[in-house]
Design a protein around this ligand. Structure first.
Ligand code: B12
Length: 372
């Protein structure tokens, strides 16, 4: 089965019209496309950086702010400057983009502009026809990030998975930290806040993030973690979004091979974020691929009895109760503390409010991770 087409979608800076792109994203996913969604109010630099790191076939921009001629052209130009003009640009913006504007945009290198009234079916067909064939001759990578991104694509598209656990254990330069926990606990926001602290602490440091979202074999996926990230939109952060492509347990079949490559590249830390996991998941354990495991929990896990069933509570090095501003958080802390005491390991328990800037709990977590 051919690998899914990967595209990046975004809404330009000073534009909050995201309802069209949200609908279009869902239709693309339903038709087997993996969509990395960057969110709205995104700059040209953020869009191009993300597209290169994710090594997508094309960028779909939805623009309503009136600046489409300049914005689309700036994206095309920056891709060209970075030697990444095999990544194509297309998009739309209802009644705001006229036929005359679209003609200018086409001359400036935009592949296609969709007008009001176009059916979703037509857009899906366009993506399949225009970007469905595998890229044959790729331009020589200009930067290390570009080279890395292309290698990650080769690994992800390889039919045969190498077992890289040994390689990760023995040749890694970076410290590898695994984040897991149920969906909606705030893992991505927490990682983004930790990235901010890391970038501030080490002005030359680099960090990689391997982020996972679920998908079924041969189907599309919404890879949406980048839309939550603010601080990670930075040239010192290399982020790659992966769909699980049918594998249960929180990671993708290619995760270990991708991690082996990232862990021996020029990063100080590699962070792996699993998909939102269930009670039985142990994505990192018994294989030694991470140096430290962080389980991020929501205070609303149900009754105390539920805690007995969460396997990762036995295995995690650090347990975080995020959203600790919620009413149930104090009870959750006490119950989880008692649960961890049964393990008789020196597991750490930390309360955070990741959505709050300068949260002291996140500071404590960062200090713990740095000291490890
Ligand atoms: C819905 C809407 C809103 C909603 C947005 C909700 C949301 N979360 O998206 C709300 C009410 C919040 C809103 C607010 C504002 N809006 Co408004 N809004 C619209 C409206 C009515 C529809 C846009 C839309 O979503 N259409 C639905 C999509 C599916 O259809 P479509 O636009 O025809 O797009 C087609 C194709 O182009 C294609 N397409 C679109 N994008 C993409 C991307 C890709 C990759 C592809 C393949 C295809 C594609 O898909 C469709 C297929 O048929 C338009 C008017 C209009 N009729 O266009 C104004 C409009 C865009 N808004 C406008 C304005 C001015 C504003 C405000 C500034 C108003 C204010 N003063 O507060 C704010 C700004 C908000 C912000 N933060 O940016 C103006 C923009 C004028 C301009 N640029 O010159 C418009 C044109 C209204 C007008 N005539 O004045 N708005």
């Amino acid at each position: 089965m051919p690998s899914p087409i990967r595209i990046l979608t975004a809404v330009p800076i000073c534009d909050g019209h995201d309802s069209a792109i949200n609908t279009i994203n869902l239709e693309f996913i339903r038709h087997g496309i993996e969509v990395i969604y960057l969110g709205y109010h995104r700059s040209v630099a953020d869009i191009v950086r993300a597209a290169i790191q994710e090594d997508v076939r094309a960028i779909g921009i939805s623009s309503y702010n009136g600046g489409h001629i300049e914005f689309f052209a700036a994206v095309v130009d920056l891709l060209r400057k970075k030697g990444a003009d095999d990544i194509k640009v297309f998009g739309g913006g209802g009644g705001t983009i006229t036929q005359a504007d679209a003609a200018i945009m086409k001359r400036k290198g935009v592949g296609k502009v969709f007008f009001a009234g176009t059916s979703l079916e037509e857009m899906v067909k366009f993506v399949h026809q225009r970007y469905g064939k595998p890229r044959t001759k790729r331009p020589r990578p200009k930067t290390r990030d570009q080279e890395l991104a292309q290698k990650l694509t080769e690994i992800e598209d390889r039919k045969k998975i190498r077992n890289s656990k040994f390689e990760i254990r023995n040749s890694r330069k970076a410290r590898v930290i695994g984040f897991t926990g149920p969906g909606g606990a705030g893992k991505t926001t927490l990682i983004d806040e930790l990235v901010l602290r890391f970038l501030n602490q080490d002005p030359k440091g680099r960090i990689a993030i391997l982020s996972h979202d679920p998908s079924v074999v041969g189907e599309g996926a919404l890879l949406g973690d980048r839309a939550t990230m603010i601080n990670s939109q930075d040239d010192r952060v290399f982020m790659r979004s992966m769909a699980t492509r049918g594998q249960a347990g929180g990671l993708s079949p290619a995760t270990h091979d991708c991690l082996a490559l990232l862990a021996r590249s020029n990063f100080d830390y590699v962070i792996i974020e699993t998909v939102g996991t269930g009670q039985e998941a142990m994505p990192f354990q018994k294989n030694g691929i991470v140096d430290l495991t962080v389980l991020v929990m929501n205070p609303d896990y149900g009754s105390r009895l539920q805690l007995q069933k969460i396997v990762m509570l036995d295995l995690a090095d650090i347990v975080v109760v995020n959203k600790s501003d919620l009413q149930r958080a104090r009870t959750a802390h006490t119950e989880i503390e008692q649960r961890l005491e049964q393990n008789r390991r020196s597991q750490q328990l930390i309360d955070t409010v990741a959505k709050r800037h300068r949260d002291p709990g996140v500071d404590r977590l960062f200090a713990l991770i740095s000291a490890y």
